[in-house]
Design a protein around this ligand. Structure first.
Ligand code: GDP
Length: 328
């Protein structure tokens, strides 16, 4: 059966029983731009809602080459060995432009890709960041309902995608490299503020000492950003994804964070405000979709934009005109 011909009940019971084929097809529905598929996906999600929310949601960011896939592959294997079910999702709003999804590509995580208790899904490859974010959130709900108890969301340091990932996970990990010398140069201040932990990767061989000194620098930097008396002070670790070094400690920090934040109620508060963010993103996505789908807006928009460009129409008036066309 094609994905849109399967009943809601079949999706719900199949996914709840961990059926991977149905899970993959439900994700296809979530990613589809067809409104009928979207409605079906929403019904499935609504039914599965009570089964969601139980995973440890870990976000990982870092520039290309920092070792995200190597580290996720190894961390994922460690977690499988402990009996976890591991899903890896990705957010990469540039993947359409660059001609194919790079993040979350199965070939990048070759060990994990062969494991039946792992599920790897590349970034949805079309649309705005808001659209990609919404789809990834919904995919996260589906994999949780299917029993995955660790969900890793990977992103690359492009624009706002880190903020989007930080806003859907419990713990945001920033992977960095030691640059030698002035290590703080390379990192955007905003990213440090989002980080629940920094891990300096490739701390192996000749590089260990340099990684340690970079870690010391970042520790100082993080102290500036962490409010006095905070429940959590973001630790800085050195790891080697390649050599499986420091990853046990890394995971222990993730669990320690969860325990501490749960005790103070901050864990629940973060989840609650993320649910509201989800709603707002979706609303924005739907409103923009309705705007683009409106035939009179579609017909007038190029002319309106031209007038704004010419300086014959003020941007504020242009927006007013579009809102009127939408009946708002
Ligand atoms: P990504 O682009 O962030 O996913 O980075 P990759 O995981 O693809 O790694 C980029 C390159 O760095 C590859 O050649 C890896 O083999 C190498 N690499 C990744 N992790 C480590 C590590 O811990 N130590 C060393 N020495 N090399 C690593």
């Amino acid at each position: 059966l094609p994905a849109h011909k399967i009943s809601v009940a079949d999706y719900v019971s199949g996914i709840a029983n961990g059926d991977r084929a149905l899970l993959a097809r439900a994700i296809t529905l979530v990613e589809s731009s067809n409104p009928a598929h979207g409605r079906l996906a929403q019904q499935v999600l609504q039914e599965l809602l009570p089964k969601t929310g139980n995973a440890v949601r870990l976000g990982i960011t870092g520039v290309p080459g920092v070792g995200k896939s190597t580290t996720i592959d190894q961390l994922g294997m460690n977690l499988l060995a402990e009996g976890h079910l591991v899903a890896v999702l990705a957010i990469d709003p540039t993947s359409k432009r660059s001609g194919g999804s790079i993040l979350g590509d199965k070939t990048r995580m070759s060990s994990l890709a062969q494991e039946k208790n792992a599920f790897i899904r590349p970034s949805p490859s079309s649309g705005t960041l808001g659209g990609v974010t919404r789809r990834t959130r919904e995919t996260m709900a589906l994999v949780e309902a299917a029993g995955f108890d660790v969900v890793i969301v990977e992103t690359v340091g492009v624009g706002q995608s880190e903020v989007a990932v930080a806003d859907m996970v419990d713990f945001f990990l920033v992977l960095l490299l030691s640059g030698g010398g002035d290590d703080l140069q390379g990192i955007k201040k905003g990213i440090i503020e989002l980080a629940d932990m920094i891990a300096i990767n490739k701390a192996d061989g000749d590089n260990i000492r340099r990684a340690e000194s970079a870690a010391a620098e970042y520790k100082n930097a993080l102290q500036i950003f962490t409010p006095h008396g905070a429940t959590w002070f973001p630790p800085v670790l050195t790891v080697s994804g390649r050599d499986n070094r420091g990853l046990k400690e890394l995971w222990a920090k993730v669990l320690d964070h969860r325990k501490k934040m749960t005790a103070t109620g901050e864990f629940e508060t973060r989840r609650q405000s993320q649910a509201v963010s989800w709603m707002r993103d979706m609303l924005e996505d739907r409103l923009m979709g309705a705007l683009r789908a409106n035939p009179s807006v579609a017909a007038e928009l190029p002319k309106i934009e031209q007038s704004v460009r010419d300086g014959t129409l003020l941007p504020t008036l242009a927006v007013e005109r579009i809102m009127t066309m939408m009946g708002i």
